[in-house]
Structures are given as C-alpha cells and as structure tokens.
Design a protein around this ligand. Sequence first.
Ligand code: KG4
Ligand code: ZN
Length: 334
Amino acid sequence: MYVLGIETSCDETAASVVYKGRKICSHIIASSIKLHAKYGGVIPEIASRAQLEYINFVVDRAIKKSGVKIGDLDLIAVTKGPGLIGSLLVGISFAKALSFANKIPIIGVDHVQSHIYAPFLSSNGHKQSPKFPFVGLIVSGGHTSLYYFKNFDKFEVLGETLDDAAGEAFDKVAKLLRLGYPGGPLVEKIAQGGNHKAYNFGCSNNGNLNFSFSGVKTAVLYKIRDIERIGMLSRKQASDLAASFQQSVVASLVDKAITAALRKKAKDLVVGGGVAANKYFRAQLRKQAENKGIKVFIAENRLCTDNASMVAGLGYQLYRLGKRDNLNFKPILY
Ligand code: KG4
Ligand code: ZN
C-alpha cells in the first residue's frame, strides 16, 4: 500500500511517498525558514504564501521520485493540525483536490502525534519498531507532551507544557543570546564549548508530568542583564549560559519521560519532534533510560523535524485501523 503524505503545518512544505507505513520511497521538503530569519520567528502570512508557491512542485517531485504513479497511490494522508491556519489550509485543500480528482481516499492526521511515528520509518523498511504499549515524548517548537500509547488510535495524555514548548524556549534563548533563528541548533552549537555547571537554572519540578520552561528562559534573561550591567557578554559567558540552559531543559525532559515510563511500566520510550535532534538530549536520554531498562527509540535527525513521511506512516496505520475522512474535514487549531 502506497501512501502520499502532505505536511504544511508551519514553515515547511513537505511531501513523501511511504510503502506499507515503513519504507520511505521519497521524502521532499521545501522550507521558507530563511524568509523568517530576519524577524526572529515565523511570520504566518509569509509562511502561508510560501506554502502556496511550493506545494505543487513539492508534491510533484515526491510522486515522481517515488517511481509510483498517481493512480497507484492507495491513500493521501495530510496534516490536519494543529498549526498555522493559512499554512494548514494550503496542504489540506491541495490534498482534497488530489483525492477528489483521482478518487484516492483521504485521511487527516494530527501533527503532534505524527512526530511519534518518525522512529518507525526507514529508507529500506527494515527497522526494529517500538512495541505497544509505549510512552511517547514529543518535543517540538509548538508542543511538549507526554503520551501513553496503547495503539495508534488509543492513547492518553500524561503531561504537557504549562507554558512554553521546549523548542520555543530554545528559540527564545537563542534570541536573547542574539544567535539568530531557528535557535535550537544554534544554542546546541555554542553550548558545545560551554560549562553546563556555570549557572544553575533548575527547571521547575512540579512533581507531576507537566513541563514548564518559561522560568528557565526568564532566568537566562536576568543573568544576561546582570552581566551586561557591568560589561559586554563574552563568547565564553554566552557558551556557558547556553550549556547551562540546555542542561536544565534536557534534565527536565529526561526525568519526566523516564518517570512516565516507569509509572506506566512501559518498556519502550518513543521520542519525536525537532528538539529530539539535539545530540546532548539524545545522549542523556539513552544513557539514563538504559540504566533503568527502558529502550529508547528516536528517529534519525531528518525525521525529527517536520516532514511528510511521518504523516504518511501514521495515516497508513490509522487507515488500517478503520479510520476514514471525507472531503469535509476541517483543520484543527488547538
Ligand atoms: O518539530 P519541529 O520541526 O516543528 C514543530 O512542530 O514545532 O520543531 C522545531 C523546533 C524549533 O523550536 C527548533 O529550534 C527546535 O525544534 N530544534 C532544536 C534542535 N533542532 C531543532 N532544539 C534543540 N536542539 C536542536 N538541535
Ligand atoms: Zn512539528
């Protein structure tokens, strides 16, 4: 079964063809990120205009590269939200038109949950997959959530962020350190040369499985103000601030994810979302989870950030479980 996935929730326009929910036959991504860099964050109007410009080309490329003809596609899976409404509407409208014109079934897929599907995918279709029930951690620019998955369509939310998402906190701290946008990879880069014990930015540990990252971000802001009252922020100080911030966020993510897995007696921990590309996070999570006998599944980097292969993959699984959509489904914006 060949599934075409389409993802346009934010500033990436992505299309993929995936075979049987496992094997990536094509994986195309166009991004408008450079157009947003000078504003320090995504501008929705610019993002949706870029989606319109790229979508035709990206979907066409994904189908051609897969070697599959449109008529041989068995399903179209498209991100239905959450995301930017203008961007979402481009992908959804395009997918609906393609479905209608070619009589291909369509299914709308939740963007946050699709991030959890990334570790199930590979280029050759051969990969050890997580086993249900598992705990899922999604760490992206818009969401930080812990789930307990009994199946792809049966899950409960164990915890969420009470304020900023983890990726959002990385982006805001990058802005404070004047590093540019998107901030995650830039903070990770300068943190490499820094001392993570230089500053103590403990993330609030509220004793439950919810996250909070706005306090640590504000602590970084106050520390920068303190330093700049006396002189200029040095490169060493910026590296130490980045390393201490990263350590604090990662400690909170790792601690709560492992606590959730232990509480639920889940043997597998599945992680997705842009922040999962962070090397320090990956290493800490693997080390600490393995000490507790928990197996960690994190996708390769290109599948951690927004892409359409994860949408096609989750769409395939939901379709097999009997889920169907008609052409009237609406975007979700929560
Ligand atoms: O999953 P994603 O591509 O988009 C959303 O659905 O939000 O995640 C993007 C987020 C951004 O906030 C970006 O700064 C963060 O993931 N990110 C990282 C890294 N790479 C991307 N954060 C920390 N370290 C990284 N290496
Ligand atoms: Zn995402």
